[in-house]
Write a new protein. Structure first.
Length: 133
């Protein structure tokens, strides 16, 4: 358990650091605009962007289903095999739903289907039933 003296020292250190934030940002801005070295200007600009929340996108995750070659370099047979594999994957994700009741006409009152329990949002849009399982 922290003693009151340690807790006070931590609070004071945080306040001191918080007071220095404008100076640190000003230094980065000055370096980004006026540094002689292009490398220093670049690093300062990147750090300013990072602090503003503008970061480069994460690299795409490796997809084990995708071939190592670009699609335009695949043969017809390789493309057919890839298409079949991806179609099987999509089919494996499918979930059965109950068939649509009645005539299929959607009767919607204020966003809810009249007389039916709340359905899956997509099913509600097309007037079909609940997801099974």
């Amino acid at each position: 358990m922290e003693s009151p003296a340690v807790a006070m020292a931590v609070v004071q250190a945080r306040l001191r650091l918080a007071r220095d934030i404008p100076m640190a940002l000003g230094t980065l801005e000055h370096l980004a605009e006026h540094a002689v070295s292009e490398k220093v200007r670049l690093e300062a600009a990147v750090k300013l962007l990072d602090r503003a929340g503008i970061v480069p996108p994460a690299p795409p995750k490796e997809d084990p289903n995708m071939p190592e070659k670009p699609l335009h370099e695949l043969s017809t047979e390789e493309l057919r095999a890839l298409a079949a594999r991806l179609e099987d994957e999509i089919a494996g994700r499918a979930r059965p739903i109950a068939p649509c009741a009645g005539s299929g006409v959607v009767h919607q009152i204020e966003g809810e289907l009249a007389g039916r329990p709340k359905a899956d949002p997509l099913a509600a849009l097309i007037g079909c039933g609940e997801v099974v399982g």
